[in-house]
Design a protein around this ligand. Structure first.
Ligand SMILES: [Zn+2]
Length: 206
């Protein structure tokens, strides 16, 4: 196709020309592995490093929206492997800042949840005034978030559903903790947190 001559595909993970996603980068994402020290059980598919990190950033910041299908398939494969979750869990995407989500054409984590085929409830949103937490350390991040995640009444999951919070990167776990606390306060049962990647340094895929 002409479009491929003008814009040949390139792996967003490592930059290899001629492929949309190379096998080596795809293989960086493995079965869910528990990440310690976050509170609720958190499982990650890859370390937030190298090409896996590039893939997440390409999807999130550089418009490679087609990676939603790749990540969605990984999430679909991981859900049955999560201990204590049970069949047919509902996914609740971690919230995106509204401005960031608009710039990306909708919440990217919601896109992954929908692409997984699992029941999805975008039940969480950031209240106004949440700063981008990328440059904040753990304590500042927690302070930045405290009381700033809210339930979205129109998008709640069924009351008895087993919920899995879905995120793209878990670093300190403060966002995940806040989200789980808000869902629990709303009477919901959060069985696990599933993240595409983690910056936690104990991840064995790293
Ligand atoms: Zn690659």
């Amino acid at each position: 196709m002409l479009i491929n001559l003008l814009f040949p595909p390139r792996c967003p993970g490592c930059g290899t020309w001629g492929v949309r996603l190379c096998a080596r980068c795809a293989a960086l994402f493995g079965p869910p592995v528990p990440v310690p020290g976050v509170g609720p059980p958190v499982f990650a598919l890859a370390a937030y490093a190298g090409a896996a990190r590039e893939l997440v950033l390409a999807f999130k910041e550089r418009g490679r929206r087609e990676l939603a299908a790749v990540f969605g398939a990984l999430v679909a494969a991981a859900l049955p492997e999560l201990p204590g979750v049970g069949p047919d869990p509902w996914l609740v995407p971690a919230p995106s800042r509204a401005s960031a989500a608009r710039a990306r054409g909708g919440s990217h984590v919601l896109g992954v949840a929908r692409a997984s085929g699992a029941s999805t409830a975008p039940a969480l949103a950031f209240a106004r005034g949440v700063r981008d937490s990328v440059r904040l350390d753990g304590a500042s991040r927690q302070a930045n978030l405290a009381g700033r995640v809210r339930l979205v009444p129109d998008h709640l999951p069924p009351p008895k559903a087993s919920l899995v919070l879905l995120d793209d990167v878990v670093t300190t776990g403060s966002t995940a903790r806040e989200c789980v606390a808000v869902l629990k306060a709303g009477g919901f049962r959060v069985s696990a947190v599933l993240t595409l990647t983690t910056a936690h340094r104990t991840h064995p895929h790293g």
